[in-house]
Design a protein around this ligand. Structure first.
Ligand code: T5A
Length: 258
């Protein structure tokens, strides 16, 4: 499944997308001369929150780095964060969650740890950045808990919703990009990158687990088509980047109703 946004007049060449990037720092730079006073106020009061999701090795970090560079070249400093982590507390929680453990971690305890890291990140980094009108690019967010702890581990989705809500205070991304690859391919990329190093607690899960997680992301996209877009991430990275940038611009235009 592939959803790629397009808008009239889009330039097919990456790097030549017809955006007006000459304005001052902030989301409104994406809109160029069309961004009027009201639009500036809308965006500067809420920023623009993009999350990247997908299974292991889908290419989230790669695409976030390309998006960040693309924006930086146009004088837009995006705030880039990842989950679990992104804060001192979150980074410590990340160690617990990813390192091999001698005792099994109960699925609910796992969910609560992810959500502890999420709450810290939302309150100390993401909300302040959005309030200042920034673009925030986040590597994984609440959908990862739905897909991994829900579809992967089998926790009830209503429990995940409740805990997620407490952690985020109801904050939802403006746009979620699911980078979709078959698990075999994603895990192979991770293996190539890591060489002989042992995988983390999730990378070493059975293939069936990763298949359920992938199906979970696709189902979430079907349930929330206005927020969640699926991009075929099995293609060369530059092609994926083009699709990602188109989605981000399209999303901002849609928010502004332009
Ligand atoms: N988790 C997380 C939960 O269970 N619940 C939750 O609520 C949350 C938030 C996090 C783990 O925690 C779980 C999910 C995860 O298992 P992590 O180390 O942050 O652990 O793992 P990932 O987010 O999966 O990070 P990865 O680095 O493994 O995957 P990425 O970021 O999707 O992939 P990336 O960009 O690093 O690329 C991997 C390799 O592929 C190459 C890259 O160069 C790199 O070598 N690559 C491509 N190759 C060919 N074609 C392309 N298009 C390519 N794109 C990238």
């Amino acid at each position: 499944m592939q959803v790629v946004a397009a808008w009239p007049g889009a330039d097919p060449e990456f790097g030549a997308v017809p955006l007006g990037f000459s304005g001052p720092r902030g989301v409104r730079c994406l809109l160029g001369p069309r961004g009027g006073k009201d639009e500036e106020q809308i965006l500067e009061s809420s920023g623009y929150f993009v999350t990247f999701e997908g299974i292991e090795g889908a290419g989230k970090s790669t695409q976030i780095a390309s998006t960040r560079s693309y924006l930086a070249a146009r004088s837009i400093e995006a705030v880039v964060v990842r989950e679990p982590g992104g804060t001192e507390v979150g980074d410590r929680v990340r160690d617990i969650l990813l390192s091999p453990l001698k005792e099994p971690l109960a699925p609910l305890a796992e969910l609560l740890l992810f959500c502890a890291s999420r709450h810290q990140l939302v309150t100390t980094v993401i909300r302040p950045a959005l309030a200042a009108g920034h673009v925030v690019l986040c590597d994984r967010f609440a959908d990862s808990s739905r897909a991994y702890q829900g579809f992967g581990r089998g926790l009830p989705l209503d429990v995940i919703e409740q805990v997620n809500n407490v952690a985020t205070g109801g904050l939802e991304p403006d746009l979620t990009i699911v980078l979709d690859v078959p698990p075999e391919r994603g895990l192979n990329r991770v293996e190539l990158r890591s060489g002989a190093a042992p995988g983390d607690r999730f990378e070493t899960e059975a293939l069936d687990f990763h298949r359920r997680v992938r199906e979970g992301f696709l189902q979430l996209a079907r349930e929330a088509p206005r927020r969640v877009a699926v991009v075929d991430a099995g293609r060369p990275a530059e092609q994926v980047t083009r699709a990602v940038l188109e989605l981000i611009e399209h999303g901002i235009r849609r928010r502004l109703g332009t």
